[in-house]
Design a binder for this molecule. Structure first.
Ligand SMILES: [Zn+2]
Length: 351
């Protein structure tokens, strides 16, 4: 690997291995994406096959950026699930068939001969948003990601909080309503059973099935299975009453969970990421009303609640930030023997 000279910008690869798409980007040390490539995750074909496509995407992203492997310092990857990140092994990633015990980093290091690091996807988004996004300059930050599930990450005294299972905390499975709907985890009334993707869509479908007239049904030509939270959000901002009601009900539950996190963590800033976070005032106004009405001991006014600034790029940029952080903490070593130390919080949990 070529030694990067001081006047040359440092470049890293950030990889976001999602349930649907794999995205690889070349990211410079100012957090700019210089080139990128995508591959389908084809999660049903297993994690090993997804890693092969990840390597292809990395090579293509480098080409897109007009660079060569020698211009890259290290690779970071965000992968959903629980991992033994220091060893580069996936413990379990629920979206992928055959993910248990799959080596994630070894094939990447072997094929590309570069240092490579991994971490849970939400933790990666959190460190990305902290360094280059909405969380810049804050030492106490909580991030939540709203998608199929609800994930969370935290920065405490400037460092990511990483628990023994390598995530931050299962915020999506805190009970919000004691007798609420059954969650996939087996509990009732979990946050994600009330405000995750399926809950949002279910609310819209139930209203349509009672005969309410709404633009949402027209937009999907009454194929109710095609309704998405993004579509509901767009209809709401365009003035559709049913969509606005769905968002307001969702915002109520999101607001309760966010108020809980503010009481628990007393953060300076809480960043909301994920698709629905890009919704407009029809979501955020009722959400903030609920937060203010329920956050008292740690008043809501002490915490900024904002949208992710990196939005869809948080995974790629965050993964590159992971690689930057690791190199900042460990001197470079030959990639064939690389087993670099994660920061102390991260490595403490390893067996
Ligand atoms: Zn649950």
């Amino acid at each position: 690997m070529a030694e990067a000279s001081a006047d040359v910008k440092q470049r890293y690869i950030g990889v976001d291995i999602g349930a649907t798409n794999i995205r690889a980007g070349v990211v410079d040390d100012a957090g700019r994406i210089l080139g990128e490539a995508r591959r389908p995750s084809l999660a049903e074909t297993g994690l090993r096959a997804a890693i092969d496509r990840t390597i292809e995407a990395i090579r293509e992203a480098i080409q897109q950026a007009g660079l060569s492997l020698a211009d890259i310092r290290a690779i970071g990857a965000g992968v959903p699930g629980a991992h033994r990140s220091r060893e580069g092994i996936c413990v379990y990633s629920p979206n992928f068939a055959d993910s248990r015990g799959v080596p994630v980093l070894a094939p990447i290091r072997h094929d590309l001969d570069l240092p490579a690091f991994m971490l849970n996807d939400v933790a990666v988004q959190t460190i990305g948003e902290h360094r280059f996004g909405a969380g810049q300059g804050y030492s106490q930050m909580v991030m939540i990601t709203l998608g199929t599930g609800i994930g969370g990450g935290a920065i405490i005294d400037g460092e990511p909080q990483i628990g023994p299972t390598e995530g931050f905390a299962e915020v999506g499975h805190m009970t919000i309503e004691a007798n609420g709907p059954l969650c996939g985890c087996g509990n009732r009334g979990c946050w994600e059973a009330l405000a995750g993707r399926d809950a949002i869509v279910r609310r819209a479908v139930e209203k349509i099935q009672t005969g309410r007239s709404t633009a949402i049904a027209d937009m999907v030509d009454y194929r109710l299975g095609s309704i998405t939270p993004a579509l509901i959000a767009r209809s709401a901002e365009e003035g559709d009453d049913v969509a606005a009601e769905v968002l307001a009900e969702t915002a109520h539950y999101l607001g309760i969970g966010i108020a809980n996190l503010i009481q628990l963590y007393n953060p300076q800033i809480l960043v909301i990421g994920g698709g629905i976070a890009q919704a407009g005032p029809k979501l955020f106004e009722p959400l903030m009303r609920t937060v203010r009405s329920r956050a008292h001991m740690v008043p809501a006014s002490t915490c900024r609640v904002v949208r992710s600034r990196l939005a869809g790029d948080a995974g790629v940029i965050g993964a590159a930030v992971l690689a930057m952080r690791q190199l900042e903490r460990t001197p470079p070593q030959p990639s064939s023997t690389a087993a670099p130390q994660l920061s102390t919080r991260e490595s403490r949990s390893d067996p």
